[in-house]
Write a protein that binds this ligand. Structure first.
Ligand SMILES: C[S@@+](CC[C@H](N)C(=O)[O-])C[C@H]1O[C@@H](n2cnc3c(N)ncnc32)[C@H](O)[C@@H]1O
Length: 278
């Protein structure tokens, strides 16, 4: 295997372990199964941006356990496909979809291979929260997104903001920029067991702690999508996060989190919509 394949292989093993841990932690799954009209917080938040999905073909890239995929399927599309690198995530996603009564096709593939792995073209490509950081090359990713869309098709990404991703874990001295803002060829490599959920007492064993991440600047993301032929429709930055990397500095605000003091210092997420010209 070349180095890039080794990086993906480490990330796949890491996400297989996270899948078990995330399902054990709850991850919003019981609510989706109990209530056939329930939507994940992410999809509910972008309900207006997503618009009417009736009769449309939708592909969800990096779908993980499929909580957002199930939610998208509840907005009336004709076809919903979820793509992910982690077979263990998809094994669980299939079971969750069945229990939630959601007809979803799940395809195990690297996002870079999605065009060949998935049949057909799509009216909507959706991807959200914790996605670009696992991808080494944002330009190649944007070309895959464009290739999945039929003319007139739409794209929506909500993700952690690259500026948010530059801040280190140790904030005892305040927020400090420790990670690169711009895309680097070499990844940031971590070795830590566990994930961003609270580990339940009966959590399954977590053995694959090594993972590799990359950051991508806002300019790199926008340029990649424009060069891939997409037209930008909206771009918003927000001071809210879905998770709390620095619990001492953050407070809950509804089902999101923000800095306790002067939250306008740091963008934590961005949400972008674009389309392929008809
Ligand atoms: C944080 S989750 C994003 C989904 C959603 N926000 C959630 O929390 O359920 C990241 C997902 O990206 C997937 N992933 C990482 N690298 C990938 C790649 N190269 N191709 C496809 N999926 C990948 C992981 O397996 C994981 O399921």
């Amino acid at each position: 295997m070349d180095t890039t394949q080794n990086w993906f292989e480490d990330n796949r093993a890491n996400w297989d372990d996270r899948a078990a841990l995330h399902e054990a932690s709850g991850y919003g799954i019981p609510a989706l199964i109990a209530d056939p009209s329930h939507l994940s917080a992410e999809v509910a938040q972008d309900r207006e941006r997503l618009g009417d999905l009736s009769g449309l073909d939708v592909v969800h890239l990096q779908c993980h356990l499929g909580t957002d995929t199930v939610s998208l399927s509840r907005l009336g599309p004709r076809r919903v496909v979820g793509v992910d690198l982690s077979g263990e995530s998809l094994r669980r996603a299939r079971d969750i979809a069945e229990r939630a009564g959601a007809p979803i096709e799940y395809v195990e593939a690297n996002v870079y291979d999605a065009r060949t792995a998935v049949e057909g073209d799509f009216d909507l490509v959706y991807t959200s929260l914790g996605v670009l950081c696992w991808l080494p090359d944002v330009a190649a990713w944007a070309r895959v997104v464009a290739s999945l869309l039929r003319p007139g098709g739409r794209f929506l990404i909500r993700d952690d903001h690259p500026m948010f991703m530059t801040v280190g874990d140790d904030v005892s001295d305040g927020l400090r920029i420790e990670q690169p803002y711009f895309q680097r060829a070499e990844p940031m490599t971590w070795d830590q067991v566990g994930s961003y959920v609270e580990t339940p007492a009966d959590a399954p064993e977590f053995t694959h702690g090594v993972s590799h991440e990359w950051n991508h600047s806002i300019g790199e993301i926008l340029t990649a999508l424009l060069r891939a032929g997409l037209v930008l429709d909206s771009f918003e930055e927000t001071p809210y996060s879905a998770w709390t990397p620095w619990p001492d500095l953050m407070v809950a605000d509804g089902d999101r989190f923000r800095l306790r003091e002067d939250p306008d210092r740091l963008a934590m997420q961005f949400v972008l919509t674009a389309h392929r010209p008809a």
